[in-house]
Design a protein around this ligand. Structure first.
Ligand code: ZN
Length: 169
C-alpha cells in the first residue's frame, strides 16, 4: 500500500477553502482507501483532504483504531450542534503540539458516502471533536486558530524552536 505524504503547517494548502467533491467514481474510492491507510500509519484519528494536498471536501476518521470503525465523510455539513466541551487536541499537520480548546459537545452531521449516498449521523465525545476538527480543515482552519491570542503566541514561540515539520522524511 502506497501512502500519501502529509502536508505540514505552515503549508498554504492547509489554508484553502476546499471545493466540494463532484465525482463519485473509482478514483474517489481509491483516494478514500489511501487516506484511511495514511491516517492509520500516522496513528491519527482523522485526516482531511488538504493534509495530503487534495483540496476537496473529504475527510476520514477512526476514533477507536478498529478497522470496522473507519468513517468517510464527503461534502460534510454540521446541521446542529449542542453544548460545549473543552479538551485536548492535536493535529497530524502540527506534530507534537497539543492544546486545550472548546468545541461543541454534540453534533448532527450530514455528508455523502464514497458511493454518493447521503447520510446523517449524530456524534458526541471524541468523534464529535474529531469531525469538527476535520471539517475545519476543509475550510482552511487549523485548531491553533481557535486558541486564544496568548496561546497562539505561545504556539509561534514553540514552533520557532521545534519547526519546521517533516524534515526527517
Ligand atoms: Zn488536523
Amino acid at each position: 500500500m502506497s501512502h500519501l505524504s502529509l502536508v505540514f503547517y505552515p503549508d498554504e494548502r492547509l489554508r484553502v477553502k476546499c471545493e466540494p467533491v463532484a465525482k463519485f467514481d473509482s478514483s474517489l474510492r481509491e483516494l478514500a482507501r489511501e487516506m484511511i491507510a495514511t491516517m492509520h500509519d500516522a496513528e491519527g484519528i482523522g485526516l482531511a483532504g488538504p493534509q495530503i494536498g487534495v483540496l476537496e471536501r473529504i475527510f476520514v476518521a477512526n476514533v477507536t483504531g478498529n478497522p470496522t470503525d473507519n468513517l468517510i465523510f464527503i461534502n460534510p455539513e454540521i446541521m446542529r450542534s449542542e453544548g460545549t466541551i473543552s479538551s485536548n487536541e492535536g493535529c497530524l499537520s502540527i506534530p507534537e503540539y497539543r492544546d486545550t480548546l472548546k468545541r461543541a459537545e454534540k453534533i448532527i452531521v450530514r455528508a455523502y458516502s464514497v458511493e454518493g449516498e447521503p447520510f446523517e449521523t449524530e456524534a458526541d465525545d471524541l468523534l464529535s471533536r474529531c469531525i469538527q476538527h476535520e471539517l475545519d480543515h476543509l475550510d482552511g482552519v487549523l485548531f491553533i486558530d481557535r486558541l486564544s491570542r496568548l496561546k497562539q503566541n505561545l504556539f509561534k514561540r514553540w514552533y520557532k524552536k521545534h519547526g519546521p515539520f517533516g524534515e526527517e522524511e
